[in-house]
Design a protein around this ligand. Structure first.
Ligand SMILES: Nc1ncnc2c1ncn2[C@@H]1O[C@H](COP(=O)(O)OP(=O)(O)OP(=O)(O)O)[C@@H](O)[C@H]1O
Length: 305
């Protein structure tokens, strides 16, 4: 059985002189959470919109669930997909439950009996009767997710599902998305928040100016490219920076959230301590560090205007 849920081949969208998506070839496997990662304007929404038949590709092709989509074929697959593109639009004066009931009715997806279960599933069990306008942003987004689950789709397409949320709300939605992916359900989501994607996705595609810069499992990408690093804080970080930069065996140095990050083999830690203390700078904290997806992204997009 073909394990591929989405496969694109040279998929391209041009808007006038803007190449929004430029010859993308992607592969999303069943049961995975796949992240589309890229800065604003890199083509994430355009790609998702093409997969949903909302935007017509300029060139290239794609398959969903192993079926190559010839003209009109997408209609046959759409009931297998739940999608949330941009912020969901619900009626403010209707309750969460009545909003769901309304959209269930007009879309014909799923059935009215499953609404309470869906509300429960997204953590709105006790609040389904409250008006939508009284919901927090996190609750609104969770109602949006309940909507995408109508009819128990095999694939969820979520455009920036945590956009505009505070860290607690993001964590809630992240947990929920993790819970929704299963052997039989795949998720493709977009985000410009690297940290977010790193925490929730199994694999990613990194886009820049509509082009694919890298694709693979998050852990593999980081390992492949990951230089060994050491994070440290010292009694004088400014001076430590100068000292470490001058050492031939230190490959690079950067700042991250109040820490210095030196690219160096972890087993040279004692040499760092020695070099700094010779200059009367003392180490307050030091630990080996793994490269973050953010650093990976900056590395692979380096020189990409
Ligand atoms: N309908 C349109 N007409 C003209 N240009 C468009 C249209 N939609 C998108 N674009 C352009 O295509 C490029 C990619 O936009 P897209 O919205 O797909 O990026 P994105 O990665 O989703 O960004 P964001 O995170 O800001 O939504 C941008 O340069 C954008 O201005």
């Amino acid at each position: 059985m073909d394990d591929s849920v989405i496969r694109t081949d040279g998929l391209t969208k041009r808007y006038g002189h803007v190449l929004a998506v430029d010859g993308l070839s992607l592969d999303v496997s069943r049961g995975r959470i796949f992240g589309l990662l890229g800065p604003n304007g890199s083509g994430k929404t355009t790609l998702m919109s093409m997969l949903l038949g909302l935007v017509r590709p300029t060139a290239g092709s794609f398959s969903l669930f192993g079926n190559l989509l010839e003209k009109g074929g997408l209609d046959r697959e759409l009931h297998r997909i739940g999608a949330l593109i941009e912020t969901p639009t619900f009626y403010p004066y209707l309750s969460g439950r009545n909003n769901l009931a309304y959209f269930q009715g007009i879309s014909g997806r799923g059935n009215p009996q499953e609404l309470d279960l869906l509300l429960e599933q997204v953590g709105l069990g006790g609040r389904g009767g409250d008006k939508f306008q009284t919901y927090s942003l996190g609750m609104k987004q969770r109602l949006g997710l309940a909507y995408t689950l109508l009819g128990d789709p095999e694939l969820l397409v979520l455009d920036e599902p945590t956009n505009g949320m505070d860290p607690a709300g993001m964590a809630e939605v992240r947990d929920l998305i993790r819970g929704l992916a299963s052997e039989n359900r795949s998720v493709i989501l977009s985000s410009h928040l690297l940290n977010e994607v790193e925490q929730v996705c199994d694999s990613v595609a990194i886009l820049s100016h509509g082009r694919l810069i890298a694709q693979g499992d998050v852990a593999d990408l980081l390992q492949e490219r990951g230089r060994p690093q050491v994070r440290l804080r010292t009694t004088n970080d400014g001076k430590a920076w100068e000292i470490l930069t001058a050492l031939a065996w230190v490959d690079g140095i950067s700042a991250d959230n109040g820490y210095l990050v030196a690219s160096v083999e972890a087993d040279r830690s004692w040499e760092i301590t020695a070099a700094l203390s010779r200059n009367e700078v003392y180490v307050a904290e030091m630990a080996p560090a793994q490269m973050s997806l953010e650093q990976y992204f900056l590395d692979v997009t380096e020189g990409d205007p």
